[in-house]
Design a protein around this ligand. Structure first.
Ligand code: FAD
Length: 307
């Protein structure tokens, strides 16, 4: 029951101020956020590369309120891509972006987000890598998929994310499982109403398996975004049944969660990509990680109280 309460708090400015200022917060945030700046995240990318892991980098931030903030988000990604180029790390790192950070919810937001994300996708392509569009709450997805389709006309390797908790996703997966597409499947991290989304874990997990089967049997490149040991084993089996080689799909997990499993899968020869978030606007991202596992909240509470 705690998950929905935490997800509601993730959208509250009062809670944002309270939690951001609480002593002890930083220690818990550091488990999930790889640093505040490009300088701090570069060693994390190198360390991942040394362990045989790839990364997808997320400059944290969402739900911005002015076009200037959206332009700043674009520039933060361009700075990141510039550094990856200088350091020759482009082949190990792709980018993940949230369109709400690029202005999607502002006036004329669809066009604004597309205009801001396009230069990021272009810059990524110029250093030999790509961008994946994260999935946010269900009200944003028609716009996200339309932007994805538009970007793919010039940059067919642009990826997108689909969420198994949404009823619409099985149809989205059938449409997206086409040659050249790159699709990350996750369970979904937002608070969604029963009118659009499964509410129970067994239903969300069963939908995940059905959708993954569609992706694996299709012609695209499936990216299995989950820490769930059962779904990881099922993913391996579905890939085998579909006759896919090890480089024809990949696993993805979040920085700071089940890190030993990242290394184990890579050592087995799987492509393993770690979603690595960094930056100063970590509140929304952090709260979703707390909501996913109530034990994190206990750890957080203890850390705050023992200060
Ligand atoms: P769960 O059943 O939630 O977890 C399985 C096990 O993993 C747990 O028992 C626990 O051991 C561990 N675990 C999971 N979460 C945590 C945590 N926060 N802290 C500690 N341990 C944990 N969601 C979106 O809505 N849009 C996106 O664009 C998106 N991108 C993602 C990208 C990646 C690479 C990943 C891995 C997840 C992403 N998510 C996204 C989040 C996703 O929707 C789930 O909320 C999250 O992955 C938890 O689900 P799970 O599949 O890991 O399974």
């Amino acid at each position: 029951m705690l998950g929905p309460v935490i997800l509601a708090a993730s959208r509250s400015d009062t809670m944002r101020r309270f939690i951001s200022a609480a002593p002890g917060t930083k220690q818990v945030v550091d488990r999930f956020i790889a640093g505040e700046s490009v300088d701090q995240v570069v060693p994390v990318v190198r360390d991942a590369a040394d362990k045989g892991l790839e990364v997808t980098l997320d400059v944290v931030g969402e739900d911005i309120t002015t076009p200037e903030q959206a332009a700043a988000a674009r520039d933060a990604y361009l700075e990141l891509i510039g550094r990856l180029k200088e350091l020759g790390l482009g082949a190990r790192a792709e980018m993940s972006v949230k369109l709400s950070m690029f202005g999607q919810a502002l006036e004329n937001g669809h066009d604004l987000a597309l205009a801001n994300v396009r230069p990021v996708v272009e810059a990524a392509a110029a250093i030999g890598t790509t961008v994946t569009l994260d999935a946010e709450d269900h009200t944003t997805l028609d716009s996200m998929f339309a932007i994805h389709e538009e970007l793919r006309k010039d940059f067919p390797q642009t990826g997108c994310v689909i969420q198994s908790y949404l009823f619409r996703t099985e149809a989205d997966a059938r449409r997206l499982a086409a040659a050249g597409s790159r699709v990350r499947l996750v369970k979904g991290a937002y608070k969604e109403p029963a009118s659009v989304a499964y509410q129970s874990k067994p239903e969300i997990d069963k939908a995940y398996v059905r959708i993954l089967k569609t992706l694996m049997q299709g012609e695209g490149y499936p990216m299995i975004g989950s820490h769930d040991p059962r779904l990881i084993a099922i993913g391996q089996e579905l890939a085998r049944q579909a006759g896919r080689k090890l480089d024809e799909y990949e696993f993805q997990m979040l920085y700071g969660i089940r890190s030993e499993e990242h290394v184990r899968l890579a050592a087995e020869g799987h492509r393993m990509r770690v979603y690595t978030a960094y930056g100063t606007d970590w509140y929304g991202y952090f709260m979703r990680r707390l909501a996913e596992k109530p034990a994190n909240l206990l750890f957080f509470g203890r850390s705050v109280l023992t200060r």
